[in-house]
Ligand binder design. Structure first.
Ligand code: C2E
Ligand code: MG
Ligand code: MG
Length: 403
């Protein structure tokens, strides 16, 4: 009964050139309680329906169709006034379906799911479940707070680092931990960086957050030392804060003030946009490196001109973006990016970290590819300072990793 109601009250359009499949999907949707099910045999016919009924909720569409294919159809819908979401169904290669999915979102349309044919009632049910309860992914979180609210939170000390370990595959030791900003909001609970970092960056006001994260992370690293762990601490630095040429000295002072050395701290840098003051950014990075800080290139493979950055900046570490770790199991282009990134790190003699490791299969593949360092929820999700240290102490390998 629960299953039968998943489509209840929703209006659907099914676009599929094969008559039997079109009929089968229509029956499944009606069986699940759909409010309305339109059907169309190609993109052109479907577009006419979309223009007539602007209240369609979900368009279930095939990609290969004679005449106007699914790709062109999605573009037209994206440019029209409808709010419909897409459910892509295709027998094509999963990596191709995924890229059509990315295109759909780039056109501003919501993508519920991409389904590899054959479409079964079970797959359809799961996709509708996702439509009803969309996961709040960190990237999709809206910038819900104003700069003034966020700055006040920084001043009041409501934003603090949580830590996620970086583990050596050879020794199982925790060699470091990444500090990830968490806002303990008095009303909204724990708020993740997607809701405030971008807003601060956009207004050029990220500096206070950077400095408070650095200070708190330095302190945490010191407590690990005192408990006998040699782990370094990694702090995320926005490229925009690196425009201030005084930054390197201030960062050094802050770190020294916490009782650890610059060499205990790794700065993770993501290039999210072409750097506007490249000279100053390079000056800061070079100086930070000279002072002993480690420099890590974050989300490698997704940023701007990553290769060029690698040759210009004295990086000590490369973090392969989690999207490639996630996609590598299926082979294809993600696997190629993952392998080449590890190869580049080896050739440059810098550390490589695979981010976002979630499963034993991913770990197995990374071992096979000789990835030295891993990080991800498979080992430990990010945890608040005290809890992190308590978990470090409880780890089976903890004794071996103690200094
Ligand atoms: P990042 O530096 O690439 O950090 C990794 C993100 O992946 C974190 O998200 C982490 O919680 C998440 N993650 C770790 N393991 C897994 C896993 O197994 N599966 C999945 N799905 N996710 C995993 P988070 O904490 O939401 O941070 C997002 C981004 O915000 C960070 O990406 C970083 O670029 C930025 N950020 C975080 N803290 C700060 C900060 O203090 N300052 C600045 N400027 N940026 C920050
Ligand atoms: Mg990072
Ligand atoms: Mg990253």
């Amino acid at each position: 009964m629960e299953k039968a109601s998943r489509a209840e009250g929703l209006r659907f359009l099914v676009v599929e050139d094969q008559g039997f499949q079109r009929w089968a999907v229509e029956q499944m949707l009606r069986g699940m309680g759909a409010g309305e099910v339109y059907t169309a045999a190609d993109g052109k016919e479907a577009l006419d329906i979309v223009r007539r009924d602007k209240a369609i909720d979900i368009i279930v569409t095939d990609l290969n169709m004679p005449g106007m294919d699914g790709i062109e159809f999605i573009r037209h819908v994206g440019q029209s006034a409808t709010h419909a979401s897409f459910l892509l169904v295709s027998g094509q290669d999963p990596s191709l379906i995924a890229s059509v999915g990315a295109m759909t979102e780039a056109y501003g349309a919501r993508l519920v799911d991409t389904i590899h044919k054959p479409l079964t009632a079970q797959k359809l049910g799961a996709a509708l479940e996702r439509y009803r309860n969309p996961e709040v992914t960190p990237d999709a979180a809206p910038p819900a707070y104003t700069v003034a609210e966020i700055e006040a939170a920084v001043r009041k000390g409501e934003i603090e680092p949580w830590f996620q370990p970086k583990i050596s595959l050879a020794t199982q030791e925790v060699v470091g931990a990444e500090a990830l900003a968490r806002w303990r909001h008095p009303l909204h609970g724990v708020v993740r960086p997607a809701s405030f970092v971008g807003t601060l960056e956009g207004e050029g006001s990220i500096e206070q957050l950077t400095l408070t994260m650095l200070a708190q992370s330095g302190h945490a690293c010191r407590t690990w030392r005192e408990a006998g762990f040699r782990a370094k601490v990694s702090v995320n630095i926005s490229l925009t804060s690196l425009v201030d040429v005084m930054l390197a000295d201030r960062m050094e002072q802050i770190v020294k003030g916490t009782g650890v050395e610059a060499a205990d701290v790794i700065l993770e840098i993501t290039e999210t946009a072409a750097a506007s003051h490249l000279g100053r950014v390079l000056e800061n990075l070079t100086r930070l490196r000279m002072k002993g800080f480690g420099l890590s290139i974050d989300d490698f493979g997704t940023g701007y001109a990553s290769m060029q950055q690698l040759s210009r900046i004295p990086f000590t570490e490369l973090k392969v973006d989690q999207s490639f770790v996630r996609g590598a199991g299926a082979g294809g282009s993600s696997r190629a990016v993952l392998e080449s990134s590890l190869e580049i790190a080896r050739k440059l003699r810098i550390d490589a970290v695979a981010e976002g490791v979630e499963t034993e299969e991913q770990l197995e593949l990374l071992r096979k590819l000789g990835c030295p360092l891993v990080q991800g929820n498979h080992f430990m999700e990010p945890l608040a300072g005290d809890e992190f240290l308590a978990r470090l102490k409880r780890r089976p390998a903890a004794r071996a990793s103690q200094a």
